[in-house]
Design a protein around this ligand. Structure first.
Ligand SMILES: [Zn+2]
Length: 429
């Protein structure tokens, strides 16, 4: 096998050149100098190091908009969630939480980030539980964030798993996490003891966000209950505060169960608020609809309609090998592939839009648009995928063959070679 890395010594003018890549249907080279993209075009010049993309697609890196790194890689400890329900997941996590230490969290979170970086996921937003009087996971994740600098751009959300008002000192612990350096304010209004407490908890989250000048990402209406209507409170607070694109509503699965008349009215308010949405199709389709017999609801927010109405939607894995979802590798193409199916976005443009949900839309959710993307002057963070275009990526769940971070190749992979009766099968027409 030919190595994709080819050394060239002839008058190098760039640190790195990616040769023969495909971008928007065009053959291009991408040149990198001092960690930034210096040129994109044809025959850009020599590089001290060169990588042959072999006609494959180049893309900005994949982005994880919503994961829980403090619970990851614990599936089966101390027992498996055999019913697969949210409730057995919570009960199982309560058992596992008894033995939680900083080292334990650091080891597991770092390992999953390694898996993600190896698959081209270079920006990650992780929630971290603040309903713990010792804030063990928060302290651990702040260390992880420092440790992975230069490999993954990690954002942390202060997530009050057991409530801001329903857990003892919940609001104080949330604020303490922000003081310690957690980037984003979280919430979980549908899990507060009463509807009033839920609405009040959203207001507390906004007050803290304004006080500490932080974005907001709320676990909102993660239930099939059509009466769970905290999204309207989040929209109202977003309009009042003018925080707009710094606000994200995660899950909003109840939106999939709302009466159409209410959903239509709400959509107008959401457009006015211009907030971001994160859906987690792998876990939403698995955990929601569990109380239904048949017909069984899909339990996902209205991804297609939000997208059609011009709202920003991105996707998360949510859980990887933990009590709520025992499968997974952190490959962001998997939730994108699932979104195509669960949201019925099978039109050609719709499939492409699902790829945007794990790339550029997610950059907007994380607020990193100013340093993300394939453009001259931007940080040289990009990936090569064994595919022609975004549609082909999702059709075949393409291998990410090269990952470049800050101008440095950090990961490479060889797509599997399949042979039938001695002849190569490419899965291409
Ligand atoms: Zn979550």
């Amino acid at each position: 096998m030919r190595s994709p890395v080819v050394k060239k010594e002839r008058s190098p003018i760039f640190d790195l050149v990616l040769r023969n890549a495909r971008l928007d249907g065009q053959a291009v080279d991408v040149a990198v100098q001092d960690g930034r993209i210096a040129a994109i075009g044809q025959s850009v010049g020599q590089g001290r190091q060169e990588i042959d993309a072999q006609g494959r697609m180049v893309s900005p890196p994949l982005i994880e908009s919503h994961v829980h790194l403090d619970t990851t890689l614990t599936a089966g400890e101390p027992k498996w969630n055999e019913s697969g329900t949210l409730f057995e997941g919570i009960a199982t996590w309560a058992l596992r939480k008894e033995s939680l230490t900083e080292d334990d969290v650091i080891r597991r979170a770092t390992e999953l980030l390694r898996w993600q970086a190896a698959q081209g996921v270079l920006y990650v937003r992780s929630h971290v539980d603040t309903t713990d009087p010792d804030l063990t996971a928060v302290k651990a994740m702040l260390k992880v964030k420092e440790n992975v600098k230069g490999l993954v751009d990690l954002q942390l959300v202060a997530f009050p798993q057991e409530g801001i008002l329903s857990y003892p000192r919940g609001a104080e612990l949330l604020e303490e996490a922000l003081r310690l350096g957690v980037d984003v304010v979280g919430g979980i209004p549908h899990y507060e003891l009463t509807r009033d407490m839920g609405a009040e908890s959203v207001k507390i989250a906004f007050t803290l966000a304004e006080k500490y000048d932080r974005p907001i990402d709320i676990h909102c209406d993660e239930t099939d209950d059509p009466q769970s209507r905290f999204l309207e409170v989040v929209a109202a607070e977003t309009i009042r505060s003018g925080m707009g694109r710094r606000v994200t509503a995660s899950h909003t699965t109840a939106f999939g169960s709302y009466d159409d008349a209410y959903a239509f009215k709400l959509m107008g308010f959401l457009q006015r608020a211009d907030l971001n949405f994160v859906a987690n199709p792998l876990v939403n389709i698995t955990l929601q609809g569990r109380m239904d017999t048949y017909p069984k609801r899909r339990g996902m927010t209205r991804v297609k309609e939000l997208w059609q109405n011009g709202l920003n939607v991105s996707l998360g894995y949510d859980d990887v090998m933990d009590p709520w979802y025992s499968l997974g590798t952190g490959n962001m193409l998997q939730p994108a592939h699932m979104a195509v199916h669960v949201a019925q976005m099978t039109g050609r443009k719709e499939v492409m839009a699902c790829y945007d949900m794990v790339t550029r839309n997610a950059a907007r959710t994380l607020g990193v648009q100013d340093r993300y993307g394939l453009a001259v002057g931007r940080p040289a963070d990009f990936i090569v995928l064994d595919a022609q275009d975004a549609w082909d990526v999702l059709r075949r769940l393409a291998t990410v063959t090269t990952v470049v971070k800050g101008g440095r190749p950090i990961a490479e992979a060889t797509p599997p070679e399949v042979r039938l009766l001695g002849e190569r099968v490419t899965f291409q027409r």
